[in-house]
Design a protein around this ligand. Structure first.
Ligand code: C5P
Length: 411
């Protein structure tokens, strides 16, 4: 695997030679691109010795550019990895600026980009850094870590670069998906986001779902080379690259779009927060406030998930269960009642589950379960998609047993 390893100016750069060694042990060909500030923390001489290739750092180095230009380097890469990644480089990639060789390569490459953030915990938690992190994730950049623990500044918190071995493992997982993704050739239909059930022309009933989990699942399925159809309620998220997106509003619309897409699907993942009830009668004109109280009669919406699970030759069916109490019990009974292959359960409430970037889930299937501690939805989705693929192949009786790799954000 051809790896462009970008090293930026953080104290964790002292771990870069070890990281290079671990990438090379796994068969990686590593081309290092350093920023000027990285040179303050680690020497090019050491890195050149371990990587076996001349270090690149200057966009305007005529000799190096003549040998392999920045565009050729961007094309050569199977993966661009930035470790350590400072808050500054994350911000620069978000902005699309390209003032140096590393950010120019990021802009010019079509290869997956992975970044391993490393910074003081206050810098990591700063709203600006978190906003940049979210944008990068939404654009499909893989964020590896950071870990939680003691920091070079003497403080403790989230911001440590995860260990070189974990970074190397994660990078090779991205690379191996080239031409041999766990879901290559499989069609995956995913629902995401809330639904809107109209009351009158200006009002509707909806819920707090942001769609982030379903969108993260779609991105993770694409990374495993599935053909992904995403049926999305109204959300404020960019469309994931490579995904066929159908936008819908009501539960009935979502039901119809799902059944249109499901016929030749291998896997159905129902991550949407579909309304259970809708107003029986949608008023043609805006309802006026006359009385002290009013009531709206509600009728049941179709249960999309149960209807797919009931199909004779339906896909491998995965539901979500968002609960405020007795999460495991309710999830297990839903698994049975709706005749699902798998259910992913999470607690929701004021501070967890909905419209957050983190989630923790428990997954159940007929004769097994797995618990995933709190992690960012993107990271969780990667692990969940691997588990879904594993259970899908087991249910279909094939030998394919995908590897399970968990990039932990906790040290
Ligand atoms: O029964 P409950 O709504 O808790 O089940 C949640 C699961 O069922 C989720 O996967 C959700 O996407 C799905 N669901 C559905 N159609 C509904 C209600 C829920 O597909 N009308």
């Amino acid at each position: 695997m051809n790896i462009v390893l970008g090293i930026t100016g953080g104290i964790a750069a002292y771990k870069a030679p070890d990281l290079v060694r671990r990438l090379r042990e796994r068969g990686g060909d590593v081309q290092i691109v350093m920023t000027t500030s990285a040179e303050e923390f680690v020497t090019g001489t050491a890195l050149q010795a371990v990587s076996g290739r001349p270090i690149r750092s200057n966009l305007w180095d005529k000799e190096a550019e003549a040998a392999m230009s920045h565009i050729e380097l961007a094309r050569w890469a199977d993966v661009v990895l930035i470790a350590p990644a400072t808050a500054e480089v994350m911000a620069r990639i978000v902005s699309g600026g390209a003032p140096d060789l590393l950010t120019t390569i990021c802009l010019a490459t079509e290869a997956p980009i992975a970044v391993a953030p490393a910074m003081n915990h206050v810098m990591w938690n700063n709203p600006a850094t978190q906003a940049n992190r979210r944008v990068l994730e939404e654009r499909g950049v893989h964020i590896l870590g950071p870990g939680v623990g003691s920091q070079a500044c003497g403080e403790t918190g989230a911001g440590r670069m995860i260990e070189p071995d974990a970074i190397a493992t994660a990078v090779f997982d991205l690379g191996t998906s080239k031409g041999e993704g766990l879901l290559a050739g499989k069609k995956v239909v995913i629902t995401a986001g809330p639904t809107r059930e109209p009351i009158d022309p200006v009002r509707y009933i909806s819920n707090r779902s942001s769609g982030k989990m379903g969108y993260a699942m779609a991105r993770a399925a694409i990374a495993q080379e599935a053909d992904v159809v995403l049926i999305s309620g109204p959300v404020n998220l960019p469309e994931p690259a490579g995904v066929e997106v159908h936008s819908v509003l009501s539960a009935q619309d979502m039901y119809e779009a799902t059944h249109d897409a499901i016929e030749d699907a291998d896997i159905f993942i129902s991550a949407a927060a579909v309304a259970d009830y809708r107003p029986a009668d949608v008023k043609a004109q805006k309802i006026k406030k006359n009385d002290e109280s009013m009531s709206i009669e509600l009728v049941r919406c179709p249960d999309i998930l149960a209807s797919v699970a009931a199909l004779d030759t339906g896909p491998f069916t995965v539901g979500f269960a968002a609960e405020t109490e007795k999460v495991d019990d309710y999830a297990r009974s839903k698994l049975e009642k709706k005749k699902l292959d798998m259910i992913i359960a999470n607690r929701v409430g004021d501070d967890c589950g909905f419209d957050t970037d983190d989630n923790s889930v428990n997954v159940f299937w007929t004769d097994g379960e797995r618990r995933f501690p709190t992690a960012r939805k993107s990271e969780l989705a990667r692990n969940l998609i691997e588990l879904v693929a594993q259970r899908f192949y087991a249910a279909r009786g094939t030998d394919t047993q995908p590897r399970l790799t968990v990039v932990s954000n906790i040290e």
